[in-house]
Design a binder for this molecule. Structure first.
Ligand SMILES: Nc1ncnc2c1ncn2[C@H]1C[C@H](O)[C@@H](COP(=O)(O)OP(=O)(O)OP(=O)(O)O)O1
Ligand SMILES: [Mg+2]
Ligand SMILES: [Zn+2]
Length: 642
């Protein structure tokens, strides 16, 4: 009797599970449809905007002009600021050419400069290296009095002062290391009508702590000499931003005390909620926000598979540098200080003029490497992310990631150091299976560290969408694949992909993880890989279905299962290290359903193979061929002509 009852319940449970699965699939389909429609809608809206814009300003280009928002002005009113018919336009033009030695504005620069010259408060979101500084430096040069610039790092300040000195623009700084005499001179200069400097760089700490500075600022303000306030890296105000700095929270005092001075906040990355927060903190009533397109059209994005054999990838990087970038400047980003030392040593052995750079080096060694690289005496810096903020060499022709970054934002920022002179440059990332887990254990403590890392993994694993479109989604930007112009490996070669059914593979892998867990054992990704490839203990080999796929294919499939939620991560901490294991993901149980299938896109010639072995094949157009029995354990060759 009891047994019958249990059977009935089991039967009902099975049917509910089956139904649930169908619902889940429907939801997935609907979500996909929703994403597609939303993106179409955005595209159409953009087109409409562009059409209106070009009707208004004949000849103005829409590419990269970014989007605008702000409650104080309509879009049409804003358009006016793209023009060059303001009282100050001639002076701007002359200084752009003669002082800054630039031939023309980059997208959004002119609009930003005009808005700031008109006394508007402005937030400018522009990708790293696009030229935000010019948007306050040029107005500073063309205005009476001086511009106050708040910068988070003394090193950034020094770089800027060096640069301004080289173009004969007078600038001064006040920071913790300023001498008394220097400070005295600067403070006196603030109200001097002979204007000994056009820009005054200070740290937020100085504003927060120095009453003397505030009182001089007030005097300058009353005398009409404080022409503008620029807050660089403005996202540091917000706790939701990625580099929160407590002293930035106190900068609201500036706008409260000097309400008539226009404020310009600058950042490379800030979501709209972070900006809202900054607006509140800085007490800017209604700033106009200009957002430039994230798209750097001169950068070529490419992902290469990295073999677990690290020798091979170094050899690959070395020949790339020798053949493609001979005599050209570049950066190789690595995961750790140890890697920086070893990779640069390996590259040196191969005759490449490479030097390491990481946080643990003596400051003088760091600046020596930086200086020598800046003056082309070193070709390649092999660096950790410590080689970051403030690196502004314009002719970097390649940024190679020996290891993936910890998020797309980081990758965008790091790779974005290439091609700042607008000339073509390459951003290549080596995507290695083991690296995922090395980084994973590093970011485990961060709130959304895993999630962010997986977006980077997705970027790399992806074979069917323009690399830029993956980034665009991330930066919340409307994207049209034509904007890539074949400047990524997917657009250039990537239409050669196939959709393969990996259901049986998924079941095999899940069975391995399940078996381990039933034996109270935890498996690292390496152990799972080896078990599946039949390299585990003989006893286990008998209990599982092993595979004849190549290592790269095995790794690609396991990565896919992790991204799709059939597997998930499991960590274990010892006092010395953190271990990464694979456990069943929330979707693993779906595999028990006969009708459930898992598909995956693979590049036809991508992995080791024009021979991808699959049990079922579907072309891009959705035609099916090959063996329909997903359970078939016999693998088949995919014909090249698919
Ligand atoms: N209109 C222009 N034409 C050519 N080069 C320009 C132009 N404007 C700026 N640049 C150059 C000068 C610098 O070498 C480089 C980067 O400018 P910079 O203002 O330091 O970037 P940024 O402040 O937007 O980047 P980050 O976010 O890294 O601070 O671009
Ligand atoms: Mg900057
Ligand atoms: Zn592309």
């Amino acid at each position: 009797m009891e047994r019958n009852g249990a059977n009935e319940v089991q039967a009902e449970l099975d049917s509910v599970e089956a139904e649930l699965e169908v619902v889940e699939l429907q939801i997935a389909e609907l979500l996909e449809k929703q994403a597609e429609l939303t993106s179409r809608k955005k595209r159409l809206l953009r087109k409409l905007e562009d059409a209106c814009e070009s009707a208004q300003t004949a000849g103005s280009s829409s590419a990269g002009s970014g989007s605008l928002s702000g409650p104080v002005m309509t879009k049409q009113e804003l358009l006016r600021y793209e023009n060059a018919d303001f009282p100050w336009s001639k002076e701007l033009e002359q200084n752009l050419k003669n002082t800054f030695q630039l031939s023309k504005f980059r997208p959004l620069q002119q609009k930003a400069v005009n808005l700031s010259m008109s006394g508007k408060d402005l937030f400018l979101v522009m990708p790293t290296g696009r030229g935000k500084s010019l948007c306050y430096q040029l107005p500073a040069v063309c205005s009476e009095g001086f511009t106050l610039v708040v910068t988070p790092l003394v090193s950034l300040m020094e770089d800027q002062l060096m640069y301004l000195k080289s173009i004969h623009v007078e600038a001064a700084t006040l920071n913790a290391s300023s001498t008394k005499e220097h400070a005295k001179m600067v403070l006196a200069g603030m109200t001097d009508t002979k204007a000994p400097f056009k820009l005054l760089y200070v740290t937020p700490e100085k504003i927060a702590k120095s009453k003397l500075l505030m009182s001089r600022l007030e005097k300058a303000y009353n005398a009409g000499r404080l022409s503008r306030i620029a807050v660089d890296e403005v996202h540091c105000c917000s706790q939701w931003g990625h580099d929160f700095r407590p002293d930035y929270k106190l900068l609201g005092i500036l706008k409260r005390q000097f309400p008539k001075v226009p404020l310009l906040g600058l950042t490379a990355t800030a979501t709209s909620s972070v900006l809202k927060d900054c607006q509140k903190i800085l007490c800017v009533p209604e700033p106009i926000t200009l957002t430039a397109s994230f798209n750097r059209t001169n950068l070529y994005y490419e992902v290469r598979f990295k073999n677990s054999n690290s020798e091979e990838s170094i050899g690959d990087i070395a020949s790339l540098i020798e053949e493609r970038y001979q005599g050209q400047s570049g950066i190789v980003y690595v995961f750790s200080q140890k890697d920086a030392d070893s990779v640069s040593e390996d590259l040196q052995k191969k005759g490449i003029n490479a030097y390491p750079y990481h946080a643990n080096m003596a400051p003088e060694d760091k600046s020596r490497v930086h200086r020598k690289w800046s003056t082309n005496k070193i070709q390649v810096v092999v660096a950790t992310v410590a080689f970051g903020m403030g690196i502004d060499k314009s002719d970097v022709r390649f940024v190679i990631h020996h290891t993936i970054s910890k998020s797309i934002e980081n990758y965008y920022q790091e790779s974005g150091r290439a091609g700042r002179d607008d000339q073509p440059a390459d951003c290549i990332v080596y995507f290695g299976f083991n690296d995922i887990f090395r980084i994973s254990t590093m970011v485990v403590m961060e709130n959304v560290g895993q999630k962010k890392l997986l977006t980077m993994v997705e970027y790399c694993q992806n074979v069917d969408r323009c690399r830029r479109s993956v980034m665009a989604v991330h930066f919340d930007e409307v994207w049209d694949d034509e904007g890539c112009n074949e400047m990524c490996d997917v657009c250039r070669h990537g239409n050669d992909y196939i959709t393969v059914d990996v259901t049986q593979h998924a079941k095999d892998v899940v069975q391995i993880v399940e078996l381990a867990s039933s034996l109270d054992e935890k498996l690292t990704p390496l152990k799972v890989t080896e078990a599946w490839m039949g390299k585990g203990p003989a006893k286990r080999r008998k209990m599982i279905q092993t595979t004849i796929l190549s290592r790269l294919e095995v790794e690609a499939i396991i990565t896919h299962l992790l991204l799709q939620g059939y597997l998930s991560e499991d960590f274990s901490f010892t006092p010395y290290t953190t271990y990464f294991y694979l456990k069943l993901g929330r979707k693993a149980s779906l595999l028990k359903n006969q009708s459930h299938s898992v598909t995956m896109k693979m590049r036809k010639t991508g992995l080791d193979a024009n021979v991808v072995k699959v049990s079922q094949v579907k072309t891009k157009e959705g035609k099916r061929s090959g063996d329909n029995t997903a359970n078939s354990s016999v693998t088949k060759k995919v014909k090249k002509d698919l």
